[in-house]
Design a protein around this ligand. Structure first.
Ligand SMILES: Nc1ncnc2c1ncn2[C@@H]1O[C@H](COP(=O)(O)OP(=O)(O)O)[C@@H](O)[C@H]1O
Ligand SMILES: CC(=O)OP(=O)(O)O
Ligand SMILES: [Mg+2]
Length: 403
């Protein structure tokens, strides 16, 4: 292998492709951007080169192929094209690895076939990830490409945490078990939290609260995931922007039998029209906070339901871990909403958990502590960086393969 040190990270969603070019030699990001509304009549590509000057172009992108070609052209215009000799590899975010893929994996034809077999487990996410991989391989067939899985970090969960209490044979036959998601974020943030405390990850127990559009909690003992809130799919667990999180499973039966809803309608209801959106008509926490400021009761209730669920998971993971050194908030809501952090941590003083309101109110983009000096458990805000984690895992794997 050459001394190329750059990794292009691609996160292909159903209607968007996020990309970042990261130089592993110095951590710099020569380019960052997103293609949005793929397949719609109006699309947009936004491209931010390292030295400033965002370029944003509105035009339709009929499919992922067109989107990735546009990414490639934008990069090429800055001398950073996919043919650049400085490019060492492409790293792809893949949401579901099932039990087949529990570590970052070099992409081959056979591997893509195995990925296809996992589509039924993640029909909303994996097809777009696979398309991204296929197009990138077509554009640069000679370049090493790596898949980094959202599920991988959670593969260490003990069997009793991964099992649903249903008939074992049925569960095994249909791969029904808890996998967990957002793993690259939980992995990065738990390690970064240990660094913030000035301790080795192996000696620290952390509860990570990843609160973005999708939201999940994890219990990480000495750098190893022992439980997480998402399950077979990213629907289980916390209340999210548009997803319900935990429900009595009989609700699905009730909606089908009594409300006459089809399986597809229930799917849309729970994944896209529930959570904060379902409770108050808004899924953006900023808008909810604004409405709460005006005394809006529905927004207040949505906030309260969200925080109550979050608090229950914190309590559960305190019990699962036994000793907790830190609670880390991350992703859009976790990094930015002082109100959510304060509410989720309130009333836990007797458990040694105490937010410092002044520290909590300070905005910032670097990892920081927001607990009081007396708080036995450190409370932290740790911005996540899934792209850097994917780039790092990709680069390490490619180097191992080359040596
Ligand atoms: N200043 C803010 N205050 C409160 N919430 C915010 C703020 N900025 C962003 N958010 C929340 O972050 C969410 C997006 O989080 P993000 O981690 O970017 O999501 P994802 O990567 O899942 O798309 C938004 O829906 C919004 O609710
Ligand atoms: C897996 C998952 O929930 O991802 P996202 O938060 O990006 O929707
Ligand atoms: Mg995110």
């Amino acid at each position: 292998m050459t001394d190329a040190t750059r990794v292009l990270v691609l996160n292909s969603g159903s209607s968007s492709v996020k990309f970042q070019l990261i130089d592993m030699a110095d951590g710099s990001r020569p380019a960052v951007g997103i293609v949005e509304r793929i397949g719609e009549s109006t699309g947009r590509i936004e491209y931010r080169p390292q030295h400033g000057g965002t370029r944003s172009t509105e035009r339709p992108f009929p499919d992922h192929s067109a989107a990735l070609e546009a990414v490639s052209a934008e990069l090429a215009a800055d001398g950073l094209g996919l043919d650049s000799p400085e490019l060492a590899a492409i790293g792809h975010r893949v949401v579901h690895g099932g039990t087949t893929f529990t570590a970052p994996t070099v992409i081959t034809d056979k591997m893509v076939e195995e990925l296809r077999e996992l589509v039924p487990l993640a029909p909303l996410h994996n097809p777009a990830n696979i398309t991204g991989i296929e197009v990138a391989r077509r554009l640069r067939p000679d370049l090493p490409q790596v898949a980094v899985f959202d599920t991988a970090f959670h593969a260490t969960m003990p069997e009793y945490a991964a099992r649903y209490a249903i008939d074992r044979e049925t569960a095994d036959r249909f791969s029904v078990r808890r996998y967990g998601f957002h793993g690259t974020s939980h992995q990065y943030v738990s390690r970064r939290t240990a660094q913030l405390l000035g301790r080795a990850p192996e000696s620290v127990n952390v509860i990570v609260l990843h609160l973005g559009n999708g939201a999940s909690a994890s219990a990480v003992a000495g750098g190893v995931c022992v439980d997480t809130s998402m399950g077979l799919t990213p629907l289980e667990g916390l209340v999210m922007g548009t997803r319900s999180g935990d429900l009595d499973p009989a609700i699905l039966l009730h909606l089908h039998r009594v409300a006459g809803m089809s399986v597809d309608e229930i799917d849309v209801l729970l994944n896209r029209r529930s959570g904060l959106l379902g409770l108050c008509g808004d899924n953006d926490m900023r808008e909810i906070a604004r409405r709460m400021g005006e005394g809006d009761a529905a927004a207040q209730l949505a906030f309260d339901v969200y925080v109550h669920r979050l608090k229950k998971y914190v309590g559960a993971y305190l019990a699962v871990l036994g000793r907790v050194d830190a609670i880390a908030f991350t992703a859009g809501v976790g990094e930015n909403s002082a109100a959510v952090r304060e509410a989720a941590m309130s009333g836990l003083e007797n458990l040694g958990i105490e937010v410092d309101s002044v520290r909590n109110a300070v905005r910032g983009s670097s990892p920081r502590l927001i607990s009081t000096e007396d708080s036995r458990v450190a409370i932290a805000v740790v911005p996540t960086d899934e792209e850097l984690e994917i780039a790092g895992q990709t680069f390490n794997l490619v180097r191992q393969h080359a040596s």
